[in-house]
Design a protein around this ligand. Structure first.
Ligand SMILES: Cc1ncc(COP(=O)(O)O)c(C=O)c1O
Length: 307
């Protein structure tokens, strides 16, 4: 179990995280009406500072999610940043952390609707190193569950209720002995994992499903595309591909805030490449790790120092 920090933020106040509770009757609990983000902070012991990764992009995605579902997210960026930084300072965090800001529908009335509620902001934080076991490549499967379509539930808003779809796929994968599941979408094209985007490499070219494939507009995905193109000089194509194409990629990896860059060793028992960490995945992982702890001058603008 990851360590939860003692202080959380709920409805405008910093409180004991054990007391950060919401009513069972509210629409967030009953209908999954909420939007959220997961944000990482990395501690650099040499610089004695903690760096939040792409905080503004997380704020922007929350703002866009709220707009899509018509929830009230009435915080300016400076207000949001201050709430987060104050929470981390109150928790005196000097380690790698993961923050969960969630705008939840707190209304307890019966009707399942997004508008007209009192939407409240809750934030808690935990310590987090690796989400996936990074010592070996992941063994993944294609889920029998399809990714929901953007015209069923917006896939561009990070909606709490959407994660029932993710949970069905993840549960099935784990019960069948895999680490993670990859969704196909309704068109049978490769989409993403239960909580991460997907990249493949074939003959030196990088492929990732386009945003229209019903995947989340991942912040790590955007960062990876930027680094693959600008720092590694590779061609990156955002295009649809199908299941069989996955099996014959030279390298495959997930990107995500929790997942970081996670190498995939096999899909449905087919070894990817030689089943070991591939050179592009390795290089990208190294670059991103260096950026995240504040050791890349060029990418300081991606970071918000806490102290
Ligand atoms: C379904 C899904 N796709 C992709 C991602 C990766 O997005 P990001 O890089 O912004 O964390 C996540 C994690 O937030 C996710 O839950």
């Amino acid at each position: 179990m990851a360590k939860e920090f003692p202080q959380a933020y709920l409805n405008g106040k910093y409180i004991d995280s054990k007391k950060a509770l919401i009513p069972v009757q509210c629409k967030a609990v009953q209908y999954g009406l909420g939007i959220f983000s997961g944000i990482r902070g990395h501690y650099n012991p040499r610089k004695k500072n903690l760096y939040l990764f792409r905080l503004r992009e997380h704020y922007n995605r929350l703002k866009e999610s709220a707009k899509i579902v018509q929830m009230k997210f009435n915080y300016s960026y400076p207000q949001f940043e201050k709430i987060i930084l104050d929470l981390i300072k109150k928790n005196k965090a000097k380690e790698d952390i993961y923050l969960r800001p969630t705008l939840y529908a707190s209304s307890t009335s019966l009707t399942p609707r997004f508008d007209g509620n009192n939407d409240d902001l809750a934030i808690y934080m935990i310590s987090l190193k690796d989400y996936f076991n990074s010592t070996k490549g992941l063994s993944v499967c294609i889920s029998t569950w399809r990714r929901l379509d953007d015209d069923s539930i917006s896939t561009k808003a990070k909606i709490t209720g959407t994660y029932a779809n993710s949970a069905l796929a993840k549960t099935e994968a784990i019960q069948n002995g895999y680490d993670e599941a990859i969704f196909l979408n309704r068109d049978g094209k490769v989409c993403e994992a239960s909580g991460a985007n997907l990249f493949g490499i074939k003959d030196g070219v990088v492929y990732t499903p386009p945003l229209s494939a019903n995947n989340l507009h991942g912040i790590t995905r955007r960062s990876a595309i930027n680094l693959l193109r600008n720092d590694l000089g590779l061609e990156v194509r955002e295009e649809n591909f199908d299941r069989s194409t996955l099996y014959v990629f030279d390298e495959l990896f997930f990107t995500g805030t929790a997942a970081k860059i996670a190498s995939i060793a096999q899909v449905d028992k087919r070894k990817i490449g030689n089943g070991k960490l591939g050179p592009v995945t390795k290089k990208l992982k190294e670059i991103l790790d260096k950026i995240a702890i504040g050791d890349s001058e060029k990418h300081q603008k991606w970071l918000t120092p806490v102290y």
